[in-house]
Design a protein around this ligand. Structure first.
Ligand code: ATP
Length: 335
């Protein structure tokens, strides 16, 4: 996002009408430059109205990310986190991996007002519009090797479930291995990427994308049912409060994970399991499907599925879970 577009966005964020002339005057640019900035915001999925004689207005007020506000809401945890908030970035995970490579300390956080090329697993995309979601990544260094880190995406899911509960969303569910769903629709996703080898000290980047308020433009780009937090909570949210809350929960879960791995978090994950005791299909990397009844997860984060041949364990890798009722679902590998 161009700096001018961000400055226009700041002036429009309160949701009041601003004339092109007033915007141009307060920013010291031409009205044409304002027009181009508004066009960039619209192209990025923001709903901006233009009314003749009154000017521009956002469909709804927007809470923009403000590092000072996030730190204030982090309270005593602010001292544990190195926070960087950018106006736009291709992928917070990619940048966090670069920062980690350059020696960034544990609990370095990169958050972005707008992530333009967010990633999911296996090269899939995470879509987000300006100001409509939270996209952030945390660097975490572990004394143990990468082998110890199985179950980390499930642990991050526990952190999200705790945060959502605090916001009043009691019925969010965790979908193995890396999604949060609300009423069968995807509300948040987690992408874990590792640095280091299996034996030595490891470094993980935990990337999280949460829909706070999905615009129609963004929703139309998502090829599965999606939900957003404001619908789940039934009220407008301050993204600074939500980000601080999720960072607090993530930090606390990662501390627990560093001490004892996933095992101490397993029971809590299972309480939120969206498909416990339901029929599910597992899509394997070669596209084959295996079905059974989901029976929760092991202490290492493996999904346990009761099949005719007994209980099978699935390790996340490139495996995808789908509820068996989801007959029309496409096989993502190769989609
Ligand atoms: P898996 O079960 O293997 O994790 P997945 O479809 O959830 O499958 P991910 O890699 O976790 O795949 O996430 C990427 C997918 O999430 C995209 O292919 C798209 O279907 C969906 N998606 C992208 N952006 C959003 C969003 N903002 N909200 C909800 N879902 C999204």
């Amino acid at each position: 996002m161009k700096p001018l577009s961000h400055r226009v966005l700041k002036l429009l964020a309160a949701g009041d009408f601003c004339s092109g002339e007033a915007l141009a005057k307060s920013l010291g640019v031409s009205r044409a430059a304002v027009w181009h900035a508004v066009r960039e915001l619209t192209a990025a999925g923001l709903e901006v109205y233009r009314v003749h004689g009154r000017g521009y207005r956002l469909q709804q007020p927007l809470s923009l990310l403000d590092p000072a506000e996030v730190r204030r809401h982090l309270g005593r945890r602010a001292a544990c986190v190195t926070l960087e908030i950018l106006n736009s970035v291709e992928s917070t995970n990619t940048l966090a991996l670069q920062r980690a490579q350059a020696g960034a300390p544990s609990a370095t956080v990169i958050a972005a007002e707008w992530q333009t090329a967010g990633r999911g697993r296996q090269g899939r995309a995470w879509h987000a519009g300006i100001g409509g979601g939270l996209t952030f990544s945390m660097v975490w260094r572990f004394a143990h090797g990468a082998g110890f880190l199985s179950g980390l995406s499930l642990a991050a899911g526990v952190a999200l479930a705790r945060g959502l509960q605090t916001l009043g969303v009691a019925d969010a569910g965790l979908k193995w291995p890396n999604d949060v769903v609300w009423r069968g629709r995807k509300l948040a996703g987690i992408l874990i990427e590792m640095q280091g080898d299996a034996l030595g000290p490891g470094c993980a980047v935990i990337g999280i994308g949460v829909n706070v308020r999905l615009s129609e433009a963004v929703r139309s780009r998502i090829d599965q049912a999606a939900a957003d937090l404001e619908s789940a909570c039934g009220r407008m949210l301050d993204r600074n409060v939500v980000l601080a809350l999720l960072l607090t929960e993530l930090h606390s879960v990662l501390e627990a994970f560093a001490r004892g791995g996933f095992a101490p978090l397993r029971a809590e994950w299972q309480r939120h399991h969206a498909y416990q005791d339901e029929r599910v299909s597992m899509i394997l990397p070669d596209g084959r499907r295996e079905s059974g009844v989901a029976r929760g997860v092991g202490e290492d984060g493996a999904l346990l599925v009761a099949t005719r041949a007994g209980v099978r364990r699935y390790h996340s890798g490139e495996i995808s879970l789908r509820p068996a009722a989801c007959a029309t679902d496409k096989v993502k590998a190769g989609a």
